[in-house]
Write a protein that binds this ligand. Structure first.
Ligand SMILES: NC(=O)c1ccc[n+]([C@@H]2O[C@H](COP(=O)([O-])OP(=O)(O)OC[C@H]3O[C@@H](n4cnc5c(N)ncnc54)[C@H](O)[C@@H]3O)[C@@H](O)[C@H]2O)c1
Ligand SMILES: O=C(O)[C@H](O)COP(=O)(O)O
Length: 528
């Protein structure tokens, strides 16, 4: 099978070698396309690779019927409609580490340039103006740098600023006082940072919560003559408020690598001499571009070939060692979900997945997702996958519950899937048995021992002499051979179940005949 990969932004030629070297990948790179051109191209591609330039909209995703993965060669995925990608089962992966250094170095360059007016002095000199008075700067040493957002880039900036002998204060919702101590910096609230800082730099993603986090009220809290840098995302700083704060001489200088709308031309901020700017160059180094292209290319190859990656943005990521431990249960989990989908005709309102034994010690989220996928697959077909299973369940009004218990029923591990409808609760449990592989060990409250595969018939009947024979006879009359049969009951003469594995799928009229037997309460054909 050959996978087709489309690259729509300039990616490092050097870095995409994992794609180019793969025999099963066909790579096409075309940049600067219009939306219409990109729509047309994407109809028969399996993967799309972008930087921040291509806007991957819902419309684009809806029309790209073959698309399975979108790779972002960089960190920010705000140019990709994640909700739409998830809904259509398209995995989005990014390359979060490869450009951290470059972004941090660009931030430091901005801070130093602002402190010493380097771009302005350079421009003046090139216009034959030897002006030493106009460009007197300030030292960084001894000044306080306020960092809003202490993630990968923020933390690297903090370390470099300390090298410049700056004091660092930071706000990040995940930063504890102890972590700050270990980094040799202070932690505080946003207000603490704004009030204490001589220089401020933002390193958050652009989220509802961070949009305009640096706004008019924030500028009012800052020291007079503060210098401010944004090498993260346009929109974190309110550009109108920044313009006013510079005009009012509250802000002595601003270094901007990113803008609310990009590309930017004729922006009023660019007319101010206090503003220095670059066209989103934070990650534009040979090294960063190579790193992110390698990372994302490797991930795209892995995903297209059915593997897993740590960098999926629209799926919870699970460490590789845990992934290896739970991998043998994947198929069982999906089969239990599908089995339940056959058992119950009413609308499912809740699915509970219980984990006992060694499984209860692990991160089992992918197994829960697979169980849900199995449940939905019967009615939604191949449209449902790991990426959109939870999303589609939610859309169908099904709530998902994952629970860890100590009830192993004597097995090393026990995985139990349970669904609730308005009128009933159905349960099926399975385990992996050494040498035998996956087994279904319980259906509702009946013990079983059965391999979850093939053509099956689940029958509820009266526990009475002749019932099994009548079922066997009817199937024999229809030339349906029984491979294995399991029966279960809770009391003599009460309701019992029969689980048959047969050699070919049961036809509807054969199923109807089974249901008409007086001993049989219900019969369901199950295909696993
Ligand atoms: N200019 C460029 O070319 C360039 C290059 C790399 C990264 N970036 C951007 O820089 C930003 C940071 O990248 P990163 O790799 O460090 O990301 P990251 O996810 O490692 O760090 C972001 C941090 O922001 C914090 N945060 C979230 N909400 C916050 C809030 N309300 N207040 C304060 N902190 C908050 C998070 O807790 C996290 O620690 C992103 O927006 C990324 O897209 C830009
Ligand atoms: O989020 C990122 O990784 C940076 O903004 C880099 O964007 P770019 O890939 O367009 O340079």
């Amino acid at each position: 099978m050959t996978y087709r990969v489309f690259i729509s932004d300039p990616l490092s030629e050097d870095g995409i070698y994992p794609l180019q070297e793969a025999d099963d990948m066909e790579v096409v790179q075309e940049t600067d396309l219009t939306n219409e051109q990109l729509h047309e191209r994407l109809t028969d591609y399996d993967a799309l690779l972008v930087r921040s330039q291509t806007k991957v909209t819902r419309e684009l995703i809806e029309n790209a019927h073959r698309l399975k993965v979108i790779g972002r060669a960089g960190v920010g995925v705000d140019n990709i409609d994640l909700e739409a990608a998830t809904e259509y089962g398209i995995m989005v992966v990014n390359a979060p580490d490869g450009n951290t250094n470059s972004a941090a170095e660009h931030t430091m360059a901005m801070l130093a340039s602002l402190a010493r007016n380097i771009p302005q002095a350079d421009a003046a000199l090139k216009q034959n103006r030897w002006d030493r008075k106009a460009y007197v700067g300030v030292e960084m040493k001894g000044k306080t740098l306020g960092i809003v957002g202490l993630g990968r880039v923020g933390a690297e900036v903090a370390a470099r600023a300390q090298g410049q002998r700056m004091n660092v204060i930071a706000y990040d919702p995940f930063l504890t006082a102890e972590q700050a101590d270990n980094l040799g910096i202070r932690s505080g609230s946003v207000a603490d940072v704004l009030q204490a800082a001589d220089f401020i730099t933002a390193h958050t993603p652009l989220l509802n919560e961070t949009k305009h986090i640096i706004n008019k009220e924030a500028f009012e809290q800052m020291k007079d003559g503060v210098r401010i840098v944004n090498c993260a995302r346009g929109g974190i700083i309110d550009e109108d408020a920044l313009y006013e704060a510079i005009i009012n001489q509250k802000v002595a200088g601003a270094g901007l690598d990113v803008f609310e709308e990009e590309p930017v031309y004729d922006h009023k901020l660019l007319e101010l001499p206090e503003v220095i700017a670059t066209p989103h160059l934070g990650a534009s180094t040979v090294e960063a571009q190579r790193n992110v292209a390698i990372d994302v290319s490797n991930d795209v190859v892995t995903i297209l070939r059915g593997g897993v990656t740590q960098n999926a943005v629209n799926m919870p990521s699970v460490p590789q060692d845990i992934m290896n431990q739970i991998a043998p249960y994947f198929d069982l989990a999906a089969k239990l979900g599908t089995f339940l989908a056959y058992l119950e005709q009413d609308a499912v309102e809740e699915i509970h997945v219980y984990y006992a034994g060694e499984l209860a010690e692990m991160d089992v989220t992918p197994l829960t997702r697979n169980t849900v996928k199995g449940l939905l697959k019967r009615h939604l077909g191949n449209r449902v996958n790991d990426v959109n299973a939870a999303f589609l369940a939610e859309k169908k009004g099904i709530t998902i519950h994952e629970q860890k218990t100590s009830a192993t029923n004597g097995f090393t591990d026990l995985l139990t899937a349970e669904i609730k409808t308005k009128s009933s609760i159905r349960q099926v449990a399975g385990t992996l048995l050494r040498g035998l592989g996956a087994r279904i060990v319980k259906i509702d409250h009946y013990s079983m021992d059965l391999s979850p595969q093939g053509h099956m018939v689940f029958i509820r009947h009266n526990d009475q002499p002749g019932a099994i024979g009548r079922v066997g006879g009817l199937l024999a009359d229809n030339q349906v051979n029984i491979a294995t049969m399991q029966v279960g009951r809770t009391e003599i003469g009460g309701e019992a179940i029969m689980m048959l594995v047969i050699d070919k799928p049961l036809k509807q009229h054969e199923l109807n005949q089974l249901k008409e037997l007086t001993e049989v309460h219900d019969a369901t054909a199950v295909e696993l």
